[in-house]
Design a protein around this ligand. Sequence first.
Ligand code: 5RP
Length: 250
Amino acid sequence: MSQSQGVDPAKLAAARAAVAMVEDGMRLGLGTGSTAAIMVRELAARVAAEGLTLRCAATSRATAELAESLGLRIETLDQIGWLDLTIDGADEVDPHLHLVKGGGAAHLREKVVAAASDRMVVVADPAKVVETLGAFPLPVEVLEFGFETTRKLIRRALEAQDLGECDVLQRLRGSDPVITDEGNLILDLHLARIEDPVALARALSAIPGVVEHGLFLGMCDLAIIGREDGSVIELARNDIDADMLAQEGE
Ligand SMILES: O=C(CO)[C@H](O)[C@H](O)COP(=O)(O)O
């Protein structure tokens, strides 16, 4: 299709395999991040070549702008109502297809869109596949109002889960706070390992100033992991085995 020069071959392979799943007439959610951006370019090229009729909702302003610049029409989620398929990237994917997302500060809209989709397919490179979530700092979108109080409550929740030693750092771009598309702030939780993502998700969601955390549990149906040689591995839940992890760690 359209792109390939200078594009990460593993991300491109994953993006192409996901775009091959798109059928005429589908209602699609378009993810955010570098892999999702490659997917959007591949999708736009397919639409142009085959004249597909699609309805698309974007998970961020950045994705909406990219898609529209490539000729894809973006509608709001409410205009479309429900989606057949969302294709998005991830920062980490574990053997249960639990995800950490939000490296691009878009996990709030990404979660809303994924929750309104029949299927969520993740596109990623092998570095994203982990046995245990947590090496990637967990993004938490929080309200500006009471920001320090919310940070304190998050620290308390982490202490209750024996994660009290971890840094809880505000995400900055240069010296300015990162502001999300919804006008909120991001705290990154440097946890190293998340032994019990379900318990952590529950504890974070119970804090009023937390708008949304980056744990996506039980939402992803399929992860397409691209490889440098252009091949892909498709992982349904519990398919990520020790062999693959060992191989990718070499
Ligand atoms: O969750 C996300 C944005 O909020 C991205 O999907 C995630 O950060 C992966 O991005 P990339 O494909 O650039 O590695």
